[in-house]
Design a protein around this ligand. Structure first.
Ligand code: CA
Length: 258
């Protein structure tokens, strides 16, 4: 599952990222509220672990925006604010759970697991990537808001590429996964179908035909979707911040493996 950690304290952020990765999740970590929403648009996380005290945009504001724009992402709020009012406000804003700092790493992981399990039952049927929105339940696709009519095979091919989210798929992989066939049968059919898809995507916006470049050819390898809005992977908190006493305490507890 995809998890987005929003935490401005670097040691805590690194620790949470590592811990969640060890649980087998795909984890991104950002250090401020603005980056959180940008990354959410890009990563479409299943779970957001959200610190409330954040630079640039407060955690409650991020929570509000998440509920409005990404209703299917579970949000676990991480807070040092012990006031009942603050907790009530978070729940009113739609937080799925919260954990008070300092917290036990094991408890946090258990709560993340519980939220992700719940999330699995209500998986969002909509995939979004590179301006393409695909509803797997209704079998509809649109590019930048314009519906595109796809045949069953075109839909399956596009769906496979959408699920890979920008990772390159080889022709052999596409043949076996989409056509249930082997390379011995020839891979030309893939190039033909990619051409069909590109034409339809381009035709949806005839003024610039931008849709035509959504499916990228990776020379010698295969195909992948291009996310033109891709922002550089976040490695360092983008804002200089001082850890609060609570953050230090929480990180220390994490380090002890409490
Ligand atoms: Ca903080």
């Amino acid at each position: 599952m995809r998890v987005l950690v929003v935490e401005d304290d670097q040691s805590l952020g690194v620790f949470l990222r590592k811990g969640l990765m060890l649980e087998g999740h795909e984890v991104e970590w950002v250090g401020d509220g603005d980056a959180a929403l940008e990354m959410a648009a890009q990563q479409a996380p299943d779970l957001m672990v959200l610190d409330l005290g954040l630079p640039r945009r407060d955690g409650t504001e991020v929570l509000e925006a998440m509920r409005r724009d990404f209703p299917s992402t579970a949000v676990l709020v991480l807070t040092g604010r012990s006031q009942v009012q603050e907790r009530v406000r978070c729940l009113d804003l739609g937080a799925d759970d919260f954990v008070l700092k300092p917290f036990s790493f094991h408890e946090l992981m258990a709560r993340c697991r519980a939220l992700l399990r719940r999330r699995e039952h209500f998986a969002d049927p909509v995939l979004r990537f590179g301006g393409v929105e695909m509803n797997r339940m209704e079998r509809t696709v649109n590019y930048e808001g314009v519906p595109i009519d796809l045949t069953a095979k075109e839909f399956t091919l596009m769906e496979f590429l959408m699920l890979r989210r920008g990772v390159c798929s080889s022709r052999a992989e596409l043949l076996s996964q989409v056509w249930h066939s082997t390379p011995a049968a020839g891979t030309n059919i893939i190039d033909v179908y990619v051409t069909y898809l590109r034409r339809k995507l381009a035709a949806s916006h005839p003024e610039d035909e931008s849709g035509g470049s959504v499916i990228e050819t990776v020379r010698g390898s295969g195909y992948r979707l291009r996310d033109k809005r891709r922002i550089p992977r976040f490695e360092q908190p983008s804002t200089q911040v001082k850890a609060t006493q609570e953050d230090v305490q929480a990180a220390a507890e994490l380090a002890r493996g409490a």
